[in-house]
Structure formats: structure tokens, C-alpha cells
Ligand binder design. Structure first.
Ligand SMILES: Nc1ncnc2c1ncn2[C@@H]1O[C@H](COP(=O)(O)OP(=O)(O)OC[C@H]2O[C@@H]([n+]3cccc(C(=O)O)c3)[C@H](O)[C@@H]2O)[C@@H](O)[C@H]1O
Ligand SMILES: Nc1ncnc2c1ncn2[C@@H]1O[C@H](COP(=O)(O)OP(=O)(O)OP(=O)(O)O)[C@@H](O)[C@H]1O
Ligand SMILES: NC(=O)CC[C@H](N)C(=O)O
Length: 539
């Protein structure tokens, strides 16, 4: 009787563009899987040599020889274990999203991705040709393994082909980004494929932050009857071993419950860490107002980078309540982060002084409010220029949706960690973080949200309550519902019309906003591409 085969899912963090570094990460992990786990095969994520998504880096004429050299290094330097890696393939008729399996210098198998995703954040048809229905099935320890790439699992054909070609299990390598509900969606896909084909599925996905995407891993082994034998923790690197006896993966895994706020929090922290580190910043700067948005971003930044690399700055104006200053100082103390106070009053006086004659016949309005916000932006960017830290912007999705942010003011900065988190989610994440240890003074979470740009201002003066606004935004932005449809869902027509008009009118602002991680099922940017200049009404 043949012994069970040992397979390792390499849930690792790979860097886009860093082929040499990724090859080294792959070789090191393969050697560890062989030596520590006695593995027969290790599988790496989709396009692991170049990282995901490589976008138009794929068009660089210097890339093919670098990929070729990386693949031959893996072939030369890893012995005694099958290695499955994803890489671009440059063929005579075009480029393919491919995967190769190597063993002791030989190419054992080769697959080309058949189903190229071209929706949501994906643009794969821009670069790749689809592979034909020539599913790769190879032998390992007397068993037959079918190899396919990411989206190939999301349709029935590639798994059915593998089954017909005699596969006993399906190995699927991925670059599948996180979104709320994605883990459940994946589970449904595994179940559907396993149910149709009867094949157990080994699913390998990467972890890490890449500009506006985060990859959560969620690598898994599911048996043909829909039972999990392994499900890796989210947002953690690891080499996950499973054994396969020809019919089933072993052993059956206990699945730890997953708290949604904990998962999202961890994902955004990962996004901050990878963005700051990979772009070479010594740390991050945050304007800490005593409000909930900057409080959450500061807590996440400290969790991502450690307190020594986070610099919080209070920038009070005449409208800033004492309570706000006290709470900001208290949070910085609790987190152990650097805290400076730079009052914006002199800058504001200087700007309004220069404009005084020109504005003589005009009443104060939003213009002056925006000057406060812009004075803060100028100061934070000056600190960034002088000390090299990146400014983290604190706008949330509700604000970015309706344009409730000042261009070149509080929108100043390089990375926007919570830009895809609705305000109601911001509260949930802050409460979750405080349930671990209370870094945010509770009053910050409890008081009503305010921009403090004029006396006694509250967000609810100009916007519907977030409990109403956020579901309208979900319907309008994510589900692309028309105004009459949203009204039919039970919302007040005036509210819906106002919100929709604000969303339409602020497209220009979002185009100028810094990147930040996708969390919802339709993030602004890559995933929702609307014209700025357009005339459309109730659509
Ligand atoms: N289609 C278009 N294409 C390109 N540019 C366009 C444009 N339409 C206007 N603009 C430009 O944009 C300017 C207006 O934008 P902007 O200068 O940002 O100003 P604006 O959007 O008028 O005001 C800022 C808004 O954000 C709110 N806010 C500010 C700060 C913090 C918070 C908070 O609670 O977090 C809220 C504030 O209460 C106000 O409602 C126009 O004067 C014009 O220069
Ligand atoms: N007094 C302040 N000191 C430092 N930064 C400030 C101050 N006021 C505003 N900011 C910065 O500008 C951002 C926008 O703040 P604002 O108070 O206008 O609205 P907000 O969206 O409710 O944010 P928050 O909940 O953080 O207060 C803040 O998150 C913060 O980064
Ligand atoms: N890279 C891919 O093919 C990813 C597509 C897939 N449906 C996912 O998001 O998981």
C-alpha cells in the first residue's frame, strides 16, 4: 500500500516586482517544508515570482529574462521535494498566467490559467491569454494531482477536466484578495467544486498588503464530502501541512470561530505595515484630533509598526474642544506613541489675513473651515518632508462617498487605511480594539462625531445619521441600486436623493485621494470606475 503524501500550502507574503526576493522566499520555504515537515510537495500562490497584482509591470521588456532566471534558480537549488509555483509565461502567441511543478531540476507539470477574471478589481485579460482545456495532472507518490490557478476553481470546467484526466485531488494556487464575506464565498466555491467533482481541494493563497488590496490567506484543504481538513489563520504567514491518503486529507481540522471585526482590523493593520515598510518609510504621522477616525487609525498604526514608529500630532484650532485635546493626549500616552502639539491658529490667522481685503465683502463660510483643514495638511506634510514619515489620512468610506473631506486638507497624505470602512464599521473596529486592551479613551467612541471646523458643529447637521447614511451608501455604491429602488427599500426619498447627489458630485475628490485597502465588496478606485464628468440622474 502506498503511504500518504505530505503536502504543504505555503501561505506567505510576497512582494510585487521583487522577483529575486520572492525566489529566495520560495527556496527557503521549500527547504523548510522538506526538512522540517518531510513534505513531498510545497505549493506557492498564483504568480508567486512577480507578486499580485503585477499590473503593467508585466509589460516591461526586461521582465522575461528575470522570470526565466528565477525559475531556473528554483529548479537548480531545490532538491528532494516537488515545488509548484505561479509565474508569467512568455509564449510565442502571448503571455499566460501559468504554474510549473519542479522536482530535482525537472519540469514535472505545467498549467495555464483558463478562466481569467476581468471583473471587480481584476483585469487579467489586459495582460494574459486564456489557457486551453489542457488541465495539468501529474503523479506524486503514486497519486494523481490536478493543478489549476485561482479563478479556475470558480467555474466547473477545469475541475471536471482534472477529474476526467484521472486526478484524485485538485491543487489550486491563488491570489485572492480579502473582502467582507469572502471567506464564506470561498467556502461555498470549495463545496460546489468538491460536490460536483468529488475531488478534495487544496487551496493555497498569499497574505499581505499591496496598495489597495489585502490578501488574507485562508489557505485550506477540503475533502470531497465538504469537510475541512485544514483552514489556515487569516493574515498570518505559515507553512500548512496536510496528508492525503489517496481519498481524503487528514486529519479533520477544528475550525476556530472568526470574529469579523477582528479579521478586518488585522487586515487593515497588515495593509499599513506592508505599505509603510515596502515603500521605505521610517514611520507614520497622524493628525490625532480626539475624534474616532484618527483614534482608530492611530491604534492600527501602532499595532502595525510599534509605538516608536508612530508620531501623533494634535493641531488644535479655536474650535477644538478641550476634551478633544485631552483625549488625543491620553490616547498617545496609552499607546506609548510620540505626541506633539502644533496649534494651527497662527497659520489660520496668516492665511485669512492675506485674504482679508479680497474677502472684505464676503461672509465667512466653508472657505474658512477648509483653511483650517488645509493648515493642518500643510503642517503634517511639512513634518513628513522633514522627517520622512508618511502621513496617514483618516477619512472613512462614508465621508469619501459623500465628499465630506477637504481636498488638500484632511485628504493630505500618502495612505488611507480606513477609506473603505463605513463610519458604522469604524465604531465596530474601535470597540473591538478596545476589547483587546483599552487604547482609545472611551469618550472618543461615545461622543457624537464632529469635524470641529466651526462652533458646536456635528456631522449630523449636514448628513443623515450614519445608521441611515451607511445602508443608503451600501445600496447606491456597492449594489448599484437606482434611486427609486433604494426609496422602495424604505428610505426617505429626500435623504436618498441628497446622498446620491453628494456621491455623484464628489467623484473628483475620490480620484485625488490616497490609496487604501479594499474591505467591502465594492471599493472606490480600481473596483468602481465612474466618470467624473457625466450627466446622469436617477439611474
Ligand atoms: N468636478 C470638479 N472637478 C475638479 N475640482 C472640483 C470639482 N468640483 C469642485 N472642485 C474643486 O473642489 C473645491 C471644493 O472642494 P473642497 O475644497 O474640498 O471643499 P468642499 O467640498 O466645498 O468642502 C469640504 C467639505 O468637507 C467637510 N469636511 C471637511 C473637513 C473634515 C471633515 C470631516 O468631518 O472629516 C469634513 C466640510 O464640512 C465640507 O462639507 C472647489 O472649490 C473646486 O476647486
Ligand atoms: N485638532 C486636531 N488635531 C489634529 N488633527 C486634527 C484635528 N482636527 C482634525 N484633525 C485631522 O483631520 C481629520 C479630519 O478631522 P475632523 O475632525 O474634521 O473629522 P472626522 O472625520 O470626524 O475625524 P476624527 O473622527 O478623527 O475627528 C482628523 O481625523 C485628523 O486627522
Ligand atoms: N486571482 C484570481 O483569479 C482571483 C479571482 C477569484 N474569484 C478570487 O477573488 O478569489
Amino acid at each position: 500500500m502506498t503511504r500518504p503524501i505530505k503536502l504543504v500550502a505555503a501561505q506567505i507574503n510576497l512582494w510585487v516586482g521583487d522577483v529575486d526576493g520572492n525566489v529566495k522566499r520560495i527556496i527557503d520555504a521549500a527547504n523548510t517544508a522538506r526538512d522540517r515537515h518531510g513534505a513531498d510537495l510545497i505549493a506557492f500562490p498564483e504568480l508567486s515570482l512577480i507578486g499580485y497584482p503585477p499590473d503593467d509591470l508585466l509589460l516591461r521588456s526586461g521582465l522575461p529574462p528575470v522570470i526565466e532566471e528565477g525559475l531556473s534558480r528554483i529548479r537548480r537549488e531545490v532538491q528532494g521535494i516537488h515545488v509548484a509555483v505561479g509565474h508569467p509565461e512568455y509564449a510565442r502567441d502571448g503571455m499566460y498566467n501559468a504554474a510549473s511543478v519542479f522536482r530535482d531540476g525537472e519540469v514535472i507539470s505545467h498549467a495555464r490559467k483558463q478562466l481569467l477574471p476581468n471583473y471587480g478589481v481584476f483585469d487579467e485579460r489586459r495582460h494574459f491569454r486564456p489557457g486551453r482545456d489542457d488541465t495539468a495532472v501529474f503523479e506524486l507518490g503514486g497519486m494523481r494531482v490536478g493543478l489549476c490557478i485561482c479563478e479556475d476553481l470558480w467555474g466547473p470546467a477545469p475541475a471536471a477536466q482534472a477529474r476526467r484526466a484521472g486526478a484524485q485531488l485538485l491543487l489550486n494556487i491563488n491570489a485572492s484578495p480579502f473582502a467582507i464575506g469572502k471567506a464564506q464565498q470561498r467556502e461555498a466555491v470549495f463545496r460546489e467544486r468538491a460536490g460536483e467533482s468529488g475531488l478534495p481541494v487544496l487551496y493555497v493563497n498569499l497574505v499581505g498588503g499591496q496598495d489597495d488590496l489585502i490578501f488574507d490567506g485562508d489557505s485550506a484543504a477540503m475533502n470531497g464530502d465538504g469537510e475541512f481538513a485544514m483552514r489556515a489563520p487569516l493574515f498570518e504567514e505559515g507553512l500548512h501541512l496536510v496528508e492525503f491518503d489517496g481519498n481524503r486529507f487528514m486529519p479533520a481540522a477544528q475550525r476556530a470561530p472568526r470574529n469579523e471585526h477582528a479579521v478586518i482590523y488585522k487586515g487593515v493593520v497588515q495593509a499599513i505595515r506592508d505599505y509603510v515598510d515596502r515603500n521605505g518609510f521610517p514611520g507614520a504621522l497622524i493628525g490625532l484630533s480626539g475624534g474616532i477616525d484618527s483614534a482608530l487609525v492611530a491604534a492600527m498604526a501602532v499595532d502595525a509598526l510599534g509605538p516608536a514608529r508612530v508620531w501623533t500630532v494634535s493641531l488644535p484650532s479655536r474650535y477644538t474642544a478641550d476634551m478633544s485635546n485631552t483625549d488625543a493626549a491620553e490616547q498617545a500616552r496609552r499607546m506609548g506613541a510620540k505626541y506633539s502639539v502644533l496649534p494651527i491658529e497662527p497659520a489660520y490667522e496668516a492665511f485669512t489675513g492675506v485674504l482679508a481685503d479680497t474677502f472684505a465683502c464676503r461672509e465667512p463660510d466653508l472657505t474658512e473651515e477648509n483653511i483650517q483643514s488645509r493648515s493642518r495638511g500643510v503642517l503634517l506634510m511639512a513634518l513628513s518632508n522633514k522627517f520622512g514619515h508618511v502621513v496617514l489620512t483618516t477619512g472613512n468610506k462614508s465621508e469619501m462617498a459623500v465628499g465630506y473631506a477637504t481636498l488638500y486638507g484632511d485628504m493630505c497624505g500618502g495612505f488611507a487605511p480606513i477609506k473603505d470602512c463605513y463610519k458604522t464599521l469604524v465604531y465596530g473596529l474601535a470597540r473591538y480594539r478596545n476589547s483587546v486592551s483599552e487604547v482609545i479613551p472611551p469618550r472618543v467612541i461615545e461622543r457624537p462625531p464632529t469635524a470641529e471646523l466651526r462652533h458646536d458643529q456635528k456631522d449630523s447637521d449636514s448628513l443623515p445619521d450614519y445608521a441611515v447614511l451607511d445602508p443608503i451608501l451600501e445600496a447606491y455604491v456597492e449594489a448599484q441600486r437606482s434611486i427609486p429602488e433604494i426609496v422602495a427599500m424604505g428610505f426617505d426619498e429626500a435623504d436618498v436623493r441628497k446622498v446620491a447627489a453628494l456621491v455623484r458630485r464628489s467623484e473628483y475628490k475620490r480620484r485625488q485621494a490616497p490609496p487604501g485597502p479594499k474591505v467591502t465588496n465594492c471599493a472606490f478606485g480600481r473596483e468602481r470606475r465612474y466618470p467624473i464628468t457625466a450627466v446622469y440622474g436617477d439611474l
